[in-house]
Design a protein around this ligand. Structure first.
Ligand code: ZN
Length: 148
C-alpha cells in the first residue's frame, strides 16, 4: 500500500495527498497546478500557516519576521539559500508578524526572528535569533529525523 502524505499548497491553501514515493517527482497541486516543492521561501499568512502546519509530508519551517527588525532582514537571504539546500527535505516559509499580529500571541513568540517548525499539527522545533545558512540547514535537517 502506498502511503499518502498530506501537503498543503502554499499558493491556494488546498491540502493535497501526495504518495510518499512521489515526493521526489516535483508534485503539483491538484487544484491550481502550482508546484508543491519549490526550494524557495514562500510568503504565507496565518490562514495558510494553520493549514500547512498540519502537513505530514515534510516539516514546515517558518521564519517569523518584521520589516522593522534589522536581524530579520539580515537573515532573509540566508534563509533563502537554506531553502534551496533543503529542497525536498523541508519547506521554508516566512510570515510577516507586523501584518499578522495575532500570530505572536498564538504561537507565543517573544522575540524575532524566530524559526518554528511544524509537522502534523505540532511544533517540532524552535530557534529564536538570527541564523546563518548552515545553522538553518542544520536546524531543519535535525527535524526530518523526528517521528511523525
Ligand atoms: Zn494550489
Amino acid at each position: 500500500m502506498a502511503q499518502n502524505d498530506r501537503m498543503t499548497c502554499i499558493d491556494c491553501g488546498t491540502p493535497n495527498r501526495v504518495p510518499h514515493e512521489k515526493l521526489a517527482d516535483n508534485p503539483k497541486c491538484g487544484k491550481c497546478g502550482g508546484w508543491l516543492i519549490t526550494g524557495k521561501v514562500a510568503e504565507i499568512d496565518l490562514a495558510i500557516l494553520q493549514k500547512a502546519s498540519q502537513d505530514t509530508a515534510l516539516p514546515l519551517v517558518v521564519d517569523f519576521w518584521a520589516p522593522w527588525c534589522g536581524p530579520c532582514r539580515a537573515m532573509a537571504p540566508q534563509f533563502g539559500m537554506a531553502a534551496e539546500r533543503l529542497k525536498g527535505k523541508a519547506r521554508l516559509a516566512k510570515l510577516n508578524t507586523e501584518q499578522h499580529q495575532s500570530v505572536s500571541g498564538r504561537y507565543a513568540i517573544r522575540g524575532i526572528p524566530a524559526m518554528i517548525a511544524f509537522r502534523n499539527g505540532r511544533e517540532i522545533g524552535r530557534h529564536v535569533g538570527a541564523q546563518q545558512m548552515p545553522g538553518i540547514v542544520q536546524f531543519a535537517a535535525g527535524l526530518s529525523r523526528k517521528a511523525r
